[in-house]
Design a protein around this ligand. Structure first.
Ligand code: OFO
Length: 175
């Protein structure tokens, strides 16, 4: 059975994953409204992944004898200066999510809650993948710069990744 400390920390993580879901939904909408159809599909897909992360934690809390609580979620940002800014914000946000997961794992070790520790290993790996994925995308966006042909191809590439999520960016970006 989870301690009250760990129950609270897990519920806080539910809230952070829920915020990620709504933040990515807002970003996907901005992308859709600004001509980035492929990137929009990709980020809608990521939003769905965040919802799954939230639900997986939510169900675990009750399975482990705690009480999962549906969180209040802060208003996400709706406006972005550019594709580059948006993806840099995601990379930064995922870094914060990783820190939060690592603190949670550390708490489990301190309290010798090896069941929750084991459960959270999936999130540790998932965060490594996500940070790596978004770092690659930010690097590609920087590489393309203001080249409109390059941006067009990158957007198409991101759209294809929405169909097969979390695949490495392939390099057929040249027209
Ligand atoms: Fe991408 O944050 Fe969930 O875990």
């Amino acid at each position: 059975m989870v301690s009250s400390n760990i129950e609270k920390a897990l519920n806080d993580q539910v809230a952070l994953e829920a915020f990620s879901y709504f933040q990515y939904l807002a970003m996907a909408s901005w992308l859709d409204n600004n001509g980035f159809e492929g990137a929009s599909k990709f980020i809608y897909n990521q939003a769905e992944e965040e919802k799954m992360h939230m639900q997986k934690l939510f169900f675990y809390i009750n399975d482990a004898g705690g009480f999962a609580k549906a969180p209040a979620v802060p208003q996400p940002n709706h406006e972005y200066a550019s594709l580059e800014e948006l993806f840099k914000l995601i990379l930064n946000h995922e870094g914060k999510v990783s820190t939060s997961i690592h603190e949670l794992v550390n708490l489990c070790l301190q309290e010798k809650d090896f069941t929750s520790f084991n459960f959270l290993q999936w999130y540790v790996s998932e965060q490594l993948e996500e940070e790596n994925l978004f770092r690659t995308i930010v690097d590609k966006i920087k590489m393309v710069g203001a080249n409109t042909d390059g941006l067009y191809m990158l957007d198409k590439d991101l759209g294809r990744m929405a169909i097969t999520p979390n695949q490495p960016l392939n390099s057929d970006m040249q027209p």
